[in-house]
Each structure stands twice: as structure tokens, then as C-alpha cells.
Design a protein around this ligand. Structure first.
Ligand code: C2E
Ligand code: MG
Ligand code: MG
Ligand code: MG
Length: 285
């Protein structure tokens, strides 16, 4: 009886696995054609100075408009693209499209583009970025690249070499999702990052948890000592922003300040904006 139950459970598990891997394969197939079918789109989320509210830049976030499923979140399709290598073509498309779009803006606002560890492993990344900057005419100082600790861990020597090449172009490097990896402090020691992005998990608890608040404070102190500005991710409330102001955090990003939006909507602040607060209207480029 128990054995039959186990067998049934295993069969159920296996068929569910088949189903999941079939769905994954199907998604991978459609993703293969997503670029040529024009299904990929870039959204931009504002990053602001905590002290003055000035716009400091925009993070570029990839969206996939799937013909049947609607918008598929990056957390679902980026791992697939990393597994089958498609992230190389997709990552190149993101870089080129973001640089091209930003080059047409009236003000020289920065853009921050996320990079996958796979791009460091397989592409001549510094050369690609150099070519895209020349091709689009975007000033290198307007481009920031966001990497996570996993990129450093994957191949430290190679990654550091590429980061130095990229930095030599005049492009800046931010350490994303700080505080959630295995060895955050070691990562900080390995490269002089231009920005630390404190993971949003800390923000979601900062109002209630003294531990989270202590960690936020410690990271801000660390940033000050290393002379690296800290950006707090995932700011969703006025209270969180007040805490960051009291703690002298440099920059903030989150739904409270602005949701990620299509490029034609980012410069439109005001009544038609979906933002919960528009504290910086008038300063926006
Ligand atoms: P990330 O780089 O840490 O990006 C921040 C994520 O937090 C975004 O999710 C953004 O929409 C979300 N977010 C922003 N503010 C808030 C907030 O106040 N509350 C909450 N709950 N969430 C907030 P998204 O766009 O779903 O992207 C998820 C992840 O996918 C990104 O995390 C990044 O790792 C990856 N990703 C996105 N675009 C690209 C890309 O072009 N290339 C690569 N390699 N990865 C990308
Ligand atoms: Mg990011
Ligand atoms: Mg992040
Ligand atoms: Mg993340």
C-alpha cells in the first residue's frame, strides 16, 4: 500500500517534470525567434538621488511580449536563454537598443544595463561594448553595467580582466543585488565598483526589522568607507525613503519612485503617470 503510494507519487512527479520541461522547451523555441519577430521590448525604471530627488539614471529592464502568454517575466525566460546560449544574442540586442534609444534623449542621463555571467564567459564583451558605443554615438560615461556576484564567482580572473577593459572605455560598473550572495564582502574587495545596489529584500523589512535596518546602516557605512555610492533597490513606500534619507543613502530605485515603463513614457510625469508619487516633476529631462 505504502509502496503503491510511493510509486504513484513518483509517476505523478515524473509526469509533472515532463510537463515542466516540455513547457520550457516550447518557451525556448519561441524565444529563439523573439528578436526577429520584434517581441522584445525595453522598459526603463528611474534611479534618483535620495537627498535631492534628482534623476540619476534609468535601469533598463527587458520585457518579452509572448504572442499567447502575454508578458513573460525575465525571471522565467532569462535562465532559459542562459541555458541555451540565446542570452548572447539577446544581451547584445539589449545593449544596442538601449544605447541607441538613450543617444536620442535631450539630456545626457545615464542608463544601467544588466549583464549575464554567460556574456562574460562567451562574448568578447569589451570589444562588443566599444563597437556599440561607437555605432550609437552614446557617450561611454552615460553607460553603466550591472553585474551580480555570480558573474565574479563564475570565473574571477577572466571577469576582472574584462571589467577592467570595460572600465577603461569610460563605462561604469555597478554591483547588483548586494547582500544576497555567498561572499559579498569578498566580491567588494575584488573590484573597485562604481556603485553598490543593495538588494531589495532589505528594503522590504527595513521598517519592521531592526536587523534589516542594522544591515542597511552597515552597508551604507561600508560604502562611505570604500567611497562607493550605495543605491537602495525596491523602495516602495514614503517611510522607506525617509529612513534612507535619515541614513544618508545616496540613491534609490523602486515602485514608489517610478515603475519600469516603456521608453516613450518615461519622460511623461504628471497626471497620466501610474507612479504613486511624482516628487520630482519638473526635474525630469
Ligand atoms: P534586477 O536587475 O535586480 O532588477 C530589479 C528588479 O526589481 C526588476 O524586476 C524590477 O522590475 C523590480 N523592482 C523594481 N522596483 C521594485 C519595487 O519597488 N518592488 C519590487 N517588488 N520589485 C521592484 P524585473 O524587471 O522582473 O527583472 C528581474 C531580473 O531579471 C533583474 O533583476 C535582472 O536580474 C534580470 N534582467 C532584467 N532585464 C535583464 C536584461 O536585459 N539582461 C539580463 N541579463 N538580465 C535582466
Ligand atoms: Mg539590475
Ligand atoms: Mg537588483
Ligand atoms: Mg535581481
Amino acid at each position: 500500500r505504502a509502496k503503491a503510494d510511493v510509486t504513484r507519487a513518483v509517476c505523478f512527479y515524473e509526469s509533472r517534470m515532463d510537463e515542466a520541461s516540455r513547457a520550457r522547451r516550447a518557451l525556448a523555441q519561441t524565444l529563439r525567434r523573439a528578436i526577429e519577430l520584434d517581441q522584445l521590448e525595453l522598459h526603463y525604471q528611474v534611479q534618483t538621488s535620495v537627498e535631492t530627488g534628482d534623476v540619476r539614471g534609468y535601469e533598463v529592464l527587458l520585457r518579452w511580449n509572448h504572442p499567447e502568454r502575454g508578458q513573460v517575466p525575465p525571471s522565467e525566460f532569462i535562465p532559459i536563454a542562459e541555458e541555451n546560449g540565446l542570452i548572447l544574442a539577446i544581451g547584445e540586442w539589449v545593449l544596442r537598443t538601449a544605447c541607441r534609444q538613450a543617444a536620442t534623449w535631450d539630456t545626457p542621463t545615464k542608463i544601467a544595463v544588466n549583464l549575464s555571467p554567460v556574456q562574460f564567459a562567451h562574448a568578447d564583451l569589451a570589444r562588443l561594448i566599444h563597437e556599440i558605443l561607437i555605432e550609437t554615438g552614446l557617450a561611454p560615461s552615460r553607460l553603466e553595467l550591472e553585474i551580480t556576484e555570480s558573474t565574479i564567482i563564475a570565473d574571477k580572473t577572466r571577469t576582472l580582466h574584462i571589467l577592467r577593459q570595460i572600465r577603461a572605455l569610460g563605462v561604469t560598473i555597478a554591483l547588483d543585488d548586494f547582500g544576497t550572495g555567498y561572499s559579498s564582502l569578498d566580491t567588494l574587495r575584488s573590484f573597485p565598483f562604481d556603485k553598490i545596489k543593495l538588494d531589495r529584500s532589505f528594503m522590504s523589512e527595513v521598517e519592521l526589522s531592526p536587523q534589516a535596518k542594522a544591515i542597511v546602516r552597515a552597508v551604507l557605512t561600508l560604502g562611505k568607507s570604500l567611497d562607493i555610492p550605495v543605491l537602495a533597490e525596491g523602495v516602495e513606500t514614503d517611510d522607506q525613503l525617509s529612513i534612507l534619507r535619515a541614513e544618508r543613502c545616496d540613491e534609490a530605485q523602486g515602485f514608489f519612485l517610478g515603475h519600469p515603463k516603456p521608453v516613450d513614457q518615461i519622460f511623461r510625469h504628471g497626471k497620466d503617470s501610474d507612479d504613486r508619487a511624482v516628487p520630482f516633476a519638473g526635474r525630469v529631462p
